[in-house]
Design a protein around this ligand. Structure first.
Ligand SMILES: *Cc1c(COP(=O)(O)O)cnc(C)c1O
Length: 432
């Protein structure tokens, strides 16, 4: 499969090249040259297919013959070895739980798929690849877990000191082996800036092969489309047209859902639900004016993004035509106060404990259903509520039980290299 850069479509790459480079040489995001719809019979018979068969059929065209079919099947089976259940909440409202993986946020699937692909491409190759990534929370744990023990790949994760939750910090600092955590005396934007500077620093890139594991990487972005197919399989029999509401930050997850629609999956509409970081809701309201701004801290912190990197891919999917896009996408933003009120309402009326991100998704769905009542709405629960323990405890006045995969890391010993300046990162990357 050929991918082209969204900055200049004459920059092309194979799947392998796109995965290893992360981003095109002109800093554009890679985008598949074609998206070929799956046969109608695939959707007609989807309830008879296993998740591994669904995954292979949907992902194969994006990898083509660059990974042998048998190996791709093994990778997918390994990546998808947990459940993706739909849980009914109210009449015509359900949640798709994406937190049953090892780090309990939806980023596990993308991170594991990318790690497996990079591991395959590194086989028989002497040159080590360094994955350099900045995290504001969930990415770090998912990447650390996904890449742990992958031969030929070294992972360096930068995180802002004191700005990630206790659980998130343990998930990215306790694994050891080929994973190194760098604790930056600063905020997420400082970590992000250091990573970007390193990618442009010839003294480093002349001697180290660097790649990123953010959702700009096609191997992290594309497998997320599988969530929507797994949901469709479970929800198709209920009769009404399906609407997905996706709590969105960098817009990689929702964009992957829209790729599933391009593959032919019947779906009425997508709702991008955000916190007060409302660049996309403003874009939709202003009929196509895109104005990025600095991010604001919220209780749904994995969505505190002021310039969503994948939005350009969404525009591309709809031919950069606002009118066409607006037929498939609505976008609404919600405050922390509204989010907490929604968490309370869901808990009191149904007993379901939603995390702040899922609650934003719920609010977006309810808003859309005010004017589209005869739809079956699915909001994505992108993280387990214990990952945001202080907010959940305080808002719902409950003591949620800590699941075993979290207990395991809580007992691990934190190991991180503390740095303040870019020079310190550089000397670390050069010496080790
Ligand atoms: C990363 C993340 C999001 C945002 O996903 P995007 O693909 O960046 O839009 C939402 N919720 C949780 C819990 C996350 O970790």
């Amino acid at each position: 499969m050929t991918y082209y850069s969204l900055n200049n479509n004459s920059h092309t790459a194979t799947f392998k090249e796109a995965v290893i480079a992360g981003i095109a040489p002109d800093k554009g995001l890679y985008f598949p040259e074609q998206i070929t719809p799956l046969p109608e019979s695939f959707f007609k018979n989807i309830t008879t297919l296993s998740k591994e068969e669904i995954a292979f059929n949907a992902i194969h065209q994006f990898v083509a013959d660059e990974i042998p079919n048998q190996r791709l099947r093994e990778i997918l089976a390994n990546v998808l070895d947990f459940d993706f259940p739909i849980v009914p909440i109210e009449n015509n409202v359900a949640t798709l739980e994406l937190f049953h993986g090892p780090t309990m946020a939806f980023k596990d699937v993308g991170a594991r798929f990318m790690a497996n692909c990079l591991g395959y491409f590194s086989e028989g190759n002497n040159e080590e690849v360094t994955v350099l990534v900045a995290t504001s929370g969930d990415t770090g744990g998912a990447v650390a877990n996904g890449f742990l023990g992958v031969k030929g790949v070294r992972v360096v994760i930068l995180y802002p000191s004191g700005k990630v939750s206790a659980i998130q910090e343990k998930q990215l600092t306790t694994l050891g082996q080929n994973i190194t955590a760098i604790e930056v005396n600063g905020v997420f934007d400082d970590c992000q800036r250091m990573v970007k500077t390193a990618f442009l620093d010839k003294e480093i890139t002349n001697v180290r092969k660097l790649t990123s594991a953010n959702s700009i990487n096609v191997a992290r972005w594309l497998p997320q489309l599988l969530y929507y197919l797994f949901a469709y399989k479970q929800a198709k029999e209920q009769g009404n047209e399906i609407v997905f509401s996706v709590p969105s930050g960098n817009f990689g997850n929702i964009c992957a859902g829209m790729v599933a629609q391009k593959l032919g999956m019947p779906v009425k509409h997508f709702v991008a639900a955000t916190n007060v970081n409302d660049v996309v809701p403003q874009y939709m309201a202003s009929k196509g004016k895109y104005s990025p701004k600095p991010s604001t801290a919220t209780i749904s912190n994995a969505m505190d993004v002021g310039d969503p990197s994948n939005f350009i891919r969404i525009q591309q999917l709809y031919g950069n035509a606002f009118e066409t896009l607006s037929k498939s996408l609505s976008s609404y933003s919600f405050t922390d106060q509204e989010t907490k009120a929604a968490m309370k309402k869901i808990y009191e009326e149904t007993g379901y404990v939603a995390d702040p991100h899922g609650a934003v998704g719920y609010l977006g769905l309810k808003k859309f259903q005010e004017t589209n009542p005869n739809t079956y709405g699915i909001f994505l629960e992108t993280a387990h509520p214990v990952k945001f323990l202080p907010v959940v405890k305080e808002t719902l006045d409950i003591e949620p039980e800590i699941p075993p995969q979290i207990m395991k890391v809580m007992n691990g010993k934190k190991e991180a290299i503390a740095i303040t300046t870019y020079e310190e990162l550089k000397s670390y990357l050069l010496k080790s």
